[in-house]
Design a protein around this ligand. Structure first.
Ligand code: FAD
Length: 339
């Protein structure tokens, strides 16, 4: 049997961050193709609840390294523990979230194990001939989507951003073995000490979980068009996001940027206006269920991503959409008023 597929959980931010659960669903798919099992690695202090959650979301075995020395992410200690586990159990693949913690841990572990690591992968597959992990990752500044393989070194390692894969359904009846490991002697001196932790306020930005998103691009930076985009989002009760040029011009905060270096969204409906469909932006919207694109250029690549394309001037189309929505609302209000 091939080595296992491992998903490294982020214990310290488990409440807010579900990326490990998303990776488990992809890990299960990969492990089936390899004829092996998908396991979770948990490093932390009091991990009972998350172990249960990981099992309910598809972990077929959980390795737990537990103790006060692991209560918060300490890069050197975590690296030491993960590398020891790898030496002992020889996994085939290790997946981590492309979060601040996951990125730092993955890079350190890959360096220590002298193996390859692909960052921010958009998809993962198994090559049926070789059994290698094919890591689809943006390359050359995001202009290309590269298929990266690591044929000679093991484990094969990849990070994936939150929101890239859907989770498996929660199965409260699922069971799996849990192996508690003794790692107390992994206590190492860190070069720094955490004196306090404070979560930066995210405002009311809920782009990643919003059912409807309106997204604006460089084609709507003029006053009237941008104002209409905001009105449309308001009328639909949608979250507002956009492309990098809007953030660079100060029209949107960084937390509302969609794409490779911004948020990955998966709404039921996305209306994307004046966005050309650059690969770095498109990679953040591909999980959307239905995409409506509005752009004046009929050849814009965004139309390749769209389920419905509207070619024309953004201000013209947006003003018609906004007034149509307001007429519908008035009719509904009238009907409600007359019973
Ligand atoms: C490493 C790297 C990472 C990146 N990460 C991201 C990222 O995460 N997110 C991101 O968005 N970008 C990212 N970028 C930038 C990305 O490459 C593009 O430059 C950016 O997405 C383009 O934004 P846009 O579509 O709004 O602008 P443009 O490409 O300029 O497109 C504007 C569109 O508006 C249309 N238009 C113009 N006027 C009108 C009008 N009046 N009515 C209707 N349509 C009109 C045009 O036809 C055009 O299609 C990244 C780049 C690099 C190199």
């Amino acid at each position: 049997m091939k080595g296992e597929v491992w998903v490294v959980d982020e214990s310290a931010s488990f409440g807010e961050n579900r990326v490990a659960l998303e990776l488990l669903s992809k890990g299960r798919e990969l492990s089936r193709k390899l004829g092996t099992r998908c396991c979770a690695i948990v490093l932390g202090c009091d991990t009972r609840e998350e172990v249960m959650e990981l099992i309910a979301h598809g972990a077929e075995m959980v390795y737990v390294a537990q103790g006060p020395h692991l209560s918060q992410f300490r890069p050197r200690v975590y690296t030491e523990v993960v590398c020891r586990l790898v030496h002992e159990f020889q996994p085939e693949i290790i997946l981590l979230g492309a979060t601040e913690t996951g990125r730092e841990l993955a890079a350190r572990v890959a360096k220590r194990l002298d193996t390859g690591l692909s960052a921010d992968c958009l998809d993962l597959e198994i090559d049926e001939e070789t059994g290698n992990l094919v890591q689809l990752a943006p390359a050359f500044g995001g202009k290309l989507l590269a298929e990266v393989v690591c044929p000679e070194r093991r484990p094969q390692m990849a990070t994936v951003r939150p929101g890239t894969f859907p989770q498996l359904l929660h199965d409260p009846k699922a069971t799996a073995p849990v192996l508690y490991l003794d790692t107390v002697d992994a206590e190492l001196e860190e070069e720094w000490e955490v004196v306090a932790m404070e979560v930066a306020p995210e405002g009311d930005c809920e782009l990643e979980s919003a059912p409807v998103v309106v997204s604006a691009g460089a084609g709507v930076t003029c006053g009237e068009a941008f104002h209409l985009v905001i009105e449309l989002a308001r009328a639909l009760g949608a979250q507002l996001g956009g492309t990098r040029p809007l953030v660079q011009r100060g029209l949107l905060p960084q937390e509302r940027m969609i794409g490779q270096t911004g948020k990955t969204i998966r709404p039921k409906v996305l209306i994307t206006v004046g966005t050309s469909g650059a690969l770095q932006y498109a990679s953040g919207i591909r999980g959307s269920e239905f995409i409506i694109a509005i752009d004046k250029n009929p050849m814009a690549p965004i139309f390749d991503e769209a389920d419905l394309g509207i070619v024309g001037d953004a201000s013209d189309i947006l003003s018609r959409l906004v007034s149509a929505l307001s007429s519908v609302r008035k009719e509904n209000d009238l009907e409600a008023a007359h019973g």
